[in-house]
Ligand binder design. Sequence first.
Ligand code: GDP
Ligand code: MG
Length: 177
Amino acid sequence: PSMDASKKVDLKIIIIGALGVGKTSLLHQYVHKTFYEDYRTTLGASILTKVIAVDNTLLKMQIWDTGGQERFRSMVSTFYKGSDGCILAFDVTDRESFESLDNWRDDFLEKVIPRDHDFPMVVLGNKIDLCDRQVSKEIASAWCKEKDIPYFEVSAKNNINVAQAFETLAKQALTTV
Ligand code: GDP
Ligand code: MG
């Protein structure tokens, strides 16, 4: 049988959000199916690549992860350029990380010059394996609904919903490139 992947598409995806919400962990869970308790922060962006097939298209996702500059949003924003999709991540056990989503989203949209107003984005509420939640599913869903962004409750640790979230974004981005 011939593999009829008639198209190949490169997508630049960026994952942003407060320090410690689990961005690096989510990315490694998605790409390498591993979870480590501790990722050493390196300055600068690191890029992991994952190829998936969607319909007749091979999607090569280059996912950009920021390495520890999250306290300085202006440093992170140097990596925004040319993005086709954006993952906004927060930690459901950290209310502040949720409250900062507005700023992350606005900063991103302001700097990326979106091709249209509904730029491909998803929100990931991470660490749902923990029990000391500070942000309910209802609150997070309501915020996302208002902004018209799909919401996923995920755990990088237990690999819950991670691939679904990344692939929803990839498919959304595919329709705009
Ligand atoms: P980043 O700063 O957003 O890249 O966050 P990291 O990926 O470095 O994760 C920060 C901390 O949260 C680390 O100690 C991780 O092991 C932990 N962590 C990440 N994801 C999860 C998760 O889904 N569940 C739990 N319990 N801990 C997580
Ligand atoms: Mg990190």
